[in-house]
Design a protein around this ligand. Structure first.
Ligand code: GUN
Ligand code: ZN
Length: 440
């Protein structure tokens, strides 16, 4: 065997496969996904090289192959979380009346600690452990204002081989001194983070003005300059989350037509723009979101926890000019790292709005849907040949109560709905990053 052969790793992974081709149109839309009852994946050097029924994939497996049998569990693309805050792990479960009180009382003081690189490095370890424990293999995250936090965030992702989107937050007003940059340092440090980390491993740097309240018009112009200089980068910010926030924001930018127009004026809306929350949009704002192809990122556990409002997900998606929608935990405004728990809360919000979110919708959203929202579907979010083998293995009978309920389940969609309704990290049997088992 040559040295090259020795480094080539081939894995044959057996289990029940589920992967989406496109968004399902209804619960009966079996053409929207691939489901293989006795399926297998061939994984070569971290990438999927074959998929199908076990017998035919096994026949393609030549040479030395490690076989992993996950039957009777489901194998899916790893979950994707489109909005979370890396420095807010110790903010979860903070008791506040609303968004602005929660930010000022708990969140801003906590983020100040990330000026210390040792603290940032420690939390980064926990951060990726929690993602992987919950089956999440990719996330779009905010770091703190400090470059040290971005260094810790991307350094740990690189170590683990994970595909991550993240950014140093830009914020130069309405926060404690320890959490402020300036238009110039925000610009320079963002450029430094891009130079150091973008494209290194599977890291993607996002231009990250926190929200219009914490950026002066001068800093918004600096973000605009970055957006023009780096047209292929993601942009992430917050939009229209809470009534008081919306009122204050519009006072700060009186020339803008509305909250969305502030970002439009600074060229921050485009197809890789991730607009956190976007709960209370007017028809005009939804039109602008649709035209620019910016993504509204729904964070259900956060919206309920902070009392921010009920996101009209189905209505926005069903418009004549549809708004692109993604889903996310919004840790630490959100209350769970689990995308299963997140979709359960998304389902309940749609119930309150008189809409239905079926289990195919949810599982599409957590995988291919969120990959498309990040424009990363060529690498993640499906089990397609050529994509990276970022996978989650799920057990719908992982607790005694789930096992009992599973006795009466007779279809895939019922099983998915049970996983979404009762599942959490205990349902995650294993999480693979580029073909390597990583669940802590
Ligand atoms: N708006 C501005 N910053 C934040 C944040 O950290 N969390 C949430 N939920 N909303 C925000
Ligand atoms: Zn957020």
């Amino acid at each position: 065997m040559t040295t090259t052969d020795e480094t080539k790793r081939t894995t044959l992974m057996r289990g029940r496969l589920l992967s989406f081709h496109r968004a399902p149109q209804s619960l009966a839309d079996s053409g929207s996904y691939l489901y293989e009852e006795d399926g297998a994946l061939l994984i070569d050097n971290g990438r999927i090289s074959a998929i199908g029924d076990y017998a035919s994939v096994k026949a393609q497996a030549l040479g030395e192959v490690t076989e992993i049998d996950h039957r009777p569990h489901l194998i899916l693309p790893g979950f994707i979380d489109c909005h979370m805050h890396f420095p807010q792990m110790q903010v979860i479960a903070s008791y506040a009346a609303n968004l602005l009180e929660w930010l000022n009382t708990y969140t801003f003081p906590e983020e100040c600690r990330f000026v210390e690189s040792a603290h940032a490095a420690r939390i980064a370890t926990h951060f990726y452990d929690e993602l992987l424990r919950h089956g999440t293999t990719t996330a779009a995250a905010y770091c703190s204002v400090h470059k040290t936090s971005a260094d810790a965030f991307f350094g740990e992702a690189l170590k683990r081989g994970m595909c991550m989107v993240g950014g140093k937050v830009m914020m130069d007003r309405h926060a404690p001194q320890g959490l402020l940059d300036t238009p110039e340092t925000g610009y320079d440090e963002t450029r430094a983070v891009i130079a150091e980390w973008h494209g290194k491993g599977r890291n993607h740097v996002a231009i990250t003005p926190r929200f219009a309240i914490t950026s002066t018009p001068e800093q918004m112009r600096a973000a605009q300059t970055l957006a023009r200089e780096f047209p292929d980068l993601h942009i992430q910010t917050h939009l229209s989350e809470n009534d008081e926030e919306i009122r204050f924001t519009c006072e700060l930018f009186p020339e803008a037509k509305d909250y969305t127009d502030i970002y439009a004026r600074y060229d921050l809306l485009r197809d890789k723009s991730l607009m956190g929350h976007a709960i209370h949009l007017s028809e005009r704002e939804a039109d602008v979101m649709a035209q620019t192809r910016a993504v509204a990122v729904h964070c259900p556990t956060s919206n309920l926890f902070l009392g921010s409002g009920l996101f009209p997900m189905k209505t926005l998606m069903a418009r004549e000019k549809p708004v692109r929608v993604a889903t996310a935990t919004d840790i630490g405004g959100g209350s769970s790292y689990s995308m299963l728990r997140t979709m359960d809360e998304a389902y309940k919000i749609q119930q309150l709005l008189g809409e239905r979110l079926n289990p195919l919708d949810s599982f599409y959203a957590m995988t291919r849907g969120n990959a498309e929202a990040l424009s990363l579907e060529a690498d993640i979010g499906t089990l397609d040949i050529g994509t990276t083998a970022d996978l989650v293995v799920l057990d719908a009978a992982s607790t005694p109560a789930m096992k009992l309920r599973m006795e009466t389940v007779t279809s895939l969609s019922e099983e998915l709905f049970l996983l979404q309704t009762m599942g959490d990290d205990r349902a995650v049997v294993e999480t693979y990053v580029a073909g390597t088992a990583m669940k802590p």
